[in-house]
Structures are given as C-alpha cells and as structure tokens.
Write a protein that binds this ligand. Structure first.
Ligand code: ADP
Ligand code: ZN
Ligand code: ZN
Length: 741
C-alpha cells in the first residue's frame, strides 16, 4: 500500500503530495489524516507530514518510492481530523483530494492587518489629574493636550480616531504626550464585530416549560450520540435553547460551532450570542478576505475563541476540542455547496461530530424532509417545541384564491382582501411586510385562470420553457412545443409568471400617496451594509411597508409587523424540481411566522392560484405534520429523496458533439456496471443547456442505497482517468442535488 503525504498544510502547498510506501506493520494504523515521519529531500532528512490519501498503485517504479518511517503519535490532532474529514468529503461527494483539502483548510495569506490604534493613560487617574492641573497652571499651555487628558481621564482608553476625528485633536499632540510618557498608543487587530459596539447587558430569561422540557430530554439522551433535530415553531425560543447548550459546552472547556444561513447572519442574531459569550465569540461570513478568515481560524486553533458563528464554511473551524455543532434553519438550501466538492453541511457536520465526539443539533421550524424522515426512522432524536414563547398566538392565515379575483375583474397584484388589510394597517399605523417569492420565476408555465401547471407526463415536475419556445423536462429529456392555450381549461391566460418587487412598490405608492416603502431585494442590497441598513430602518419604524424577496422572511424579529402579505404563493410550486413543494411550504411557513411577533396578534394573507395545494393549505394552518405526511407519500411513490438517493452527473464541453457523445458513452458505462437497484435517467440537456458557450448535459441515477451511487461515481472517476477521449469534456458529480442543473 502507498500513501500520499503532504509536508506542509498551507494552502499553496496542498496540491503537492508525495507518494510513500507504507510498511506492513503500519498498514492498519495509517489512514487519511495520520501524521507520519518520512525521509525527505537529498539527505533524507526526517520530517513530519500528513497522509491525505491511500492507494494500491505506485506512481513511479516501486523501488524508487521511499518508505514511511513511523507515526509520531496516535493522538488525532485537529489538522489530522480536518484532513480525515476532507478525505471523507472527497470520497462521498467526488472531486479531487486537493479540492476537498482547500475547502476544509483556509488560505494562509500574508496581508497587512487592519490595525486599530488605541490611546490610554500611563499614570493612574489621580496622577493624571495632577499632571493636568500642573499643565493648566502654565501660561500658553496646549489646549488640545488639555482636552486629550481630560477626555482620557473621563473615558479611559479611546480609539485613535475617536480622538483625532471626533475630538479634533491633532495627532502631534498625542505623539508629544506619548514621548513624555503620559499616554501610550497600542495596537490591536480589528475584527468585524466587537463587543464594545453592543450593550453587553445579557437579558437572561427564565426558560419556558417547553424549553426546560427539551433541554431535559437532551441531557437525558446525550449518551445515545445521535444527532438532534430541534423542531420548534417560529418564535418558540430555539435560540435560547442553543445558548443554553453552548453555555454547558463552554463550561466543560469545549468549543461550539453555530451554523446559520448567510442571509440570516444579521446584527440582531449575532448580538444575542455576543451578549451571552462576549469576546469568546467570533464570526465569519463570505465577505471576509481569505486573510481575515485565516486569522479567525487561527484564533480558534489557539484557544482564544469558544464559539464560531457563520455560514456553512464555519463548519471547518479548527477548534481543538469541539463539543457541539448547531445548525440553525437546517432546511436551508445554502447549506449545500455548489462548488466541488458539492458537500452538504448537514451530512458533513454529522460526520465531523462522529469523528470528534461532538453533539450535533439541527434546528428548524420546518425541518427538511431528509431530517424529519431520519428522526422518524430513529437515526436522529427529535426535540419538539410546539408553542410560541409567552403564549403569543401564531398568526391567523387566510388563503385568497387569485383565480376568483381574475373572474371578478381584478387584474391587479392585490386581492381585495389584501388591499383592505393594507388600508387597515396604514390607518392603525402598524407595519406591513409584503413577500414576493421569486425563486423559480424563470421558466415554468402556468394558467392564471385555473392554476394548471404544465408538467412532464413521466416525472410529475413542471416543464421548463426554453428560449426556443420548447418545453423540456430536464429529468428525462421529454420535450414538447409550448402551449398557446391551457390544456385543462382552454384559457389563453397561460404563461410564465413575472412580477417584481419594484412593481409592487410602484403600485403601493400609486394607491397610497405618502406611504413609506422600503424594498429589499438583490438590487437594493448590493452595498456592504445594504441588508442591515434596510432592516434597521424598518425596525426603527422609518417605513410602513417592507417589500422583499426571500431575504425578508428569514429570522428577523419585527414586533411592529401585524400583516404579512404573500403576493403569489405558488411560484416555487412550479419549479421544475421535486423539491418545489417542500420549498413552498418552508417559505410560506417562515413568512407567516414573521407576523404578530409583538403584542398585537398577526394576520397573514396568502395569495395563490392553487388554493388547494397541500403545501399552501398546511402552511396556512402551520401544520408541519400533515405536510410531511403528504409529501412523504408523494416522495415514496415517486422514489425521490429522502426515500432514495440521486446522483447527478454533469457533462460539460465547449463542443456540443463531444458533450453529447461523451454523455452517451458514460450512460453506456453506467448501464454496463448494472449496479443493483439503479435507475438511470437521461442523458438530457441541463436546465440551462448552454451557458457561456459551454454545453451542459446531465445524467441522473437513482438508488435507495447511497453507497451504491458512491460506487458508481468511483467507477466513473477511475474510467475518466484512463480515457483520453475526455480531454475536452468536464465531468462532475452532485450527490442529492438541491438545485437541478
Ligand atoms: P425561534 O428561533 O424559535 O424563532 P427565538 O429564539 O428567536 O425563537 O425567540 C423568540 C423571541 O422570544 C425572542 O425575542 C426571544 O428573545 C424570546 N424568548 C426566547 N425564550 C424566552 C423565554 N424563556 N422567556 C422570554 N422570552 C424568550
Ligand atoms: Zn387553465
Ligand atoms: Zn420527465
């Protein structure tokens, strides 16, 4: 057996492994992540390295391959753990080991640190006052210096800018006092959010009965080592439960990772963690530079931090003794990486938890089909919170049938009921949120008169409209010309649905002159603090209405909002992907949960062309269990995940004939492999068949057993290594894809 060994796990060196032979007596001991001692370089200097992969085939003549000398210790260092995790990700999700390692290990980059300078007094307060008195006694003394001393005596340490800009004291004055030994200037690295910008008053609350109950069950069952699914309705106080769990972990001297969808990584949310845990908390987000990210990870490794909060990549925080991984909003799509390796942070978190003995807690008001089915199967333990904190009622929901509105001649975007509710709230000076679900706006075709959606006769997913006017199923390749009239009712009002947040805003202003509208969508949040400034303005009641896309429904707490209008509930039902119904349910439930979080009960109006669809009906009733039952029945029948697994093979090439030819070749290979229980679909054109002059084809394989799909992937990867015909074609894998390519 042979091992790939890397000498240096800094990012630039990761793609340079060296092959070493594994001596017989070490074969059982060495695995990806193992630390080994090897001879290296001309003089065969003994150095340490990490094993990143194992193989049976030598890359050069076996005689020339040197042998591993030994393993220095059995202890799984944090590096070893992360390399082991990368190896698992590579084998499970495909791609190369280098790609996996680069995902797990942050870039080390030398760059100038942004330093924050602070000015403080050298002598104690009393001595400083004496110096001040002394100074003021002299004629023509420096006024700036006097003011500086007074300010420092008053406020203690101050940021450099606070003195030079706010107090308008020239830096020469500071430097002069520094020379005299009266003040000192110190530097600290600056991280994005520091506790001094917050009130540190941690409003500790008495836990509710339900919260206590859930924590008790959690403690009683920790020994089972199963992941938890904390399933609690919106506003049931899940975050408080997380805080409690983390507190216990910290008390044991361990660390915690909290994963949150990037979009909900708001000041509001972070502040709750900072208030409780202070400087021990840090956060990463996608806007950090690689260097800043590296710094945060270094702090974690050195033990300066106890809690890391961030999006899916925070999962790789190198905490030496990780005690818990919490994944809030576990159903969120952003936990799936769309870059190779296309890992799902949930699966990967569970794996990391197993590797290092950390507890995994998945939380959601609308658990994913995957997690809930696992909880039902006993793989996860479900913890349930069915009530809102302080007996606040869940908002009342009304479903409005937009087909009826059309029949009665109402062609605006607002149903009579929603329009009335808006007028009412404006009069009462209560706040309104209007939510437009834009996902899936792209391509499906539906009838505005009867709600009919044009679907594939073989797959029961909606067909997507391509630019050439053809409707295509990108699961099976079925193609048919676009319809002019509704196949069900004959209406000519059948088309792709398009409405933007901007047109909603315009309609509101036209109807209610003087209305204050804030709009939150991809356009208005481009700037660095775009999200935050809009949300803050709305929270401060600087607007009557907040109109927005998905961004407005995640986790924000606006007590002033008493009406949530959902403009068109069905759009995501029409997405040509079997997850459409689940997404609609999640979106509607989350959106509805935004109303009535203050003292006045909330109202939700759901406008839809498909009022009978079970995702709409169950979301309006906030009835997850019924939704799950219906959706599970459908998925079982269709053999869709989570009751089977899907492997998507993506074949892309600039040469169309190559893409088609190689896709067909792979299909033959897969058929030849004839792995038990596999159903192969395609090859067909991807949802976007050609992107930036690259042709895209997909093959889907379905199997109940995920390991069989991994096996097929391995076989294809091996085949590709040996077949030169694939030079101009790129093949990649997506296991249990969240978005259809
Ligand atoms: P979820 O995450 O389940 O939607 P949150 O944790 O955000 O719910 O809690 C909803 C609101 O209730 C928050 O404002 C929170 O501060 C408050 N809250 C949570 N637990 C308690 C409690 N035990 N007593 C009083 N208020 C609480
Ligand atoms: Zn129709
Ligand atoms: Zn089909």
């Amino acid at each position: 057996m042979y091992a790939d060994v890397i000498i240096d796990i800094s990012h630039e060196k990761l793609d340079r492994p060296f092959q070493y032979a594994i001596p017989k007596h070490l074969e059982d001991k060495i695995r990806p992540g193992s630390r080994v001692v090897i001879p290296f370089g001309r003089g065969d200097r003994q150095i340490e390295g990490f094993v990143t992969g194992l193989s049976y085939t030598p890359e050069i003549e076996p005689e020339r391959i040197k042998e591993i000398i030994g393993t220095p210790s059995d202890e799984m260092s944090i590096e070893a753990q992360l390399i082991g995790l990368a190896a698992w990700m590579k084998s499970h999700y495909g791609g190369t080991m280098t790609q996996a390692l680069k995902t797990v290990i942050p870039v080390k980059k030398k760059e100038a640190h942004k330093n924050q300078k602070y000015v403080s007094l050298v002598p104690d307060e009393k001595a400083a006052k004496d110096i001040l008195d002394d100074m003021c006694g002299k004629k023509n003394h420096s006024i700036p210096k006097e003011r500086l001393l007074r300010a420092l005596i008053e406020d203690g340490t101050m940021p450099w800018e606070a003195i030079t800009i706010k107090l308008n004291i020239p830096s020469a004055a500071i430097r002069d006092l520094e020379k005299k030994g009266v003040v000192k200037v110190t530097q600290e690295r600056r991280y994005r959010l520091t506790t001094d910008s917050l009130d540190t008053d941690d409003r500790r609350v008495e836990l509710t009965e339900e919260q206590k109950q859930v924590l008790k069950e959690y403690h009683d069952t920790l020994d089972e080592k199963k992941p938890y699914l904390l399933y609690g309705v919106t506003g049931s106080g899940k975050t408080e439960v997380y805080l409690q769990m983390i507190e216990e972990v910290i008390a044991r001297g361990q660390q915690a990772i909290v994963l949150i969808p990037e979009i909900s990584l708001t000041y509001q949310t972070l502040a709750r963690f900072y208030r409780r845990f202070g400087e021990k908390v840090s956060t990463i987000n996608s806007r950090l530079s690689p260097g800043e990210r590296y710094d945060q990870f270094e702090r974690a490794k050195k033990g300066e931090l106890s809690v890391m909060i961030g999006p899916r990549s925070a999962l790789f925080t190198p905490f030496p003794d990780l005690g818990i991984i919490i994944m809030d909003e576990e159903h969120d799509d952003s936990y799936k990486s769309e870059q190779i390796p296309r890992y799902h942070a949930r699966e990967t978190a569970v794996h990391r938890g197993e590797m290092c003995g950390a507890t995994v807690v998945l939380g959601s008001a609308t658990p994913s089909m995957e997690s809930f089915s696992r909880a039902q199967a006993g793989e996860y333990r479900a913890l349930r919170m069915a009530h809102r904190v302080s007996e606040k009622k869940l908002p009342s929901c009304r479903i409005v049938d937009m087909r009826e509105e059309l029949k009665h001649g109402n062609r605006t975007m607002f149903s009579e009921e929603l329009a009335e509710a808006i007028r009412d709230r404006l009069l009462k000076k209560e706040q309104i949120m209007l939510f437009l679900n834009r996902r899936g706006l792209v391509s499906s075709v539906s009838c505005r008169e009867c709600g009919h959606v044009v679907k594939c006769p073989h797959c029961d997913v909606s067909l997507s409209l391509h630019r050439d006017g053809m409707l295509t199923c990108h699961y099976c390749g079925y193609t048919t010309p676009n319809v002019k009239n509704c196949p069900k009712c004959g209406s000519r009002y059948i088309r792709g649905f398009r409405a933007g947040t901007q047109s909603i805003e315009e309609a509101l202003i036209k109807e209610h002159p003087g209305i204050r509208v804030l709009r939150m969508d991809a356009d208005t949040t481009k700037g660095k603090d775009g999200h935050r400034s809009i949300l803050e303005a709305f929270a401060n009641r600087q607007a009557d209405v907040l109109v927005g896309t998905q961004m407005i429904v995640k986790g924000h707490d606006f007590p002033g909002v008493t009406l949530m209008g959902i403009m068109v509930a069905d759009i995501s039902l029409n997405v040509s992907d079997y997850r459409g119904t689940e997404r609609t349910f999640q979106m509607l439930t989350q959106a509805a949960g935004r109303a009535g979080r203050g003292d006045i009960p909330g109202d939700v109006v759901i406008q839809t062309y498909q009022p009978d669809n079970y995702s709409v009906v169950t979301a309006a009733a906030q009835d997850y269990d019924s939704f799950y039952e219906k959706e599970a029945a459908f998925r079982r029948l269709m053999k869709y995940p989570p009751f089977s697994h899907l492997l998507c093979i993506q074949i892309t090439s600039e040469d169309e004939a190559q893409a088609d030819g190689r896709a067909a070749q792979l299909k033959d290979l897969i058929t030849e492999l004839s792995v038990i229980g596999s159903k192969v679909m395609g090859p067909s054109e991807a949802l976007i068949g050609k992107l930036r002059d690259v042709y895209r084809r997909v093959i889907y394989i379905r199997n109940d057993d995920v390991n069989r799909l991994v096996l097929i992937k391995d076989e294809i990867e091996r085949y590709l290594l040996n077949d030169k015909g694939f030079k101009k074609v790129y093949v990649s894998f997506d296991l249990d894809p969240m978005n259809m390519m």
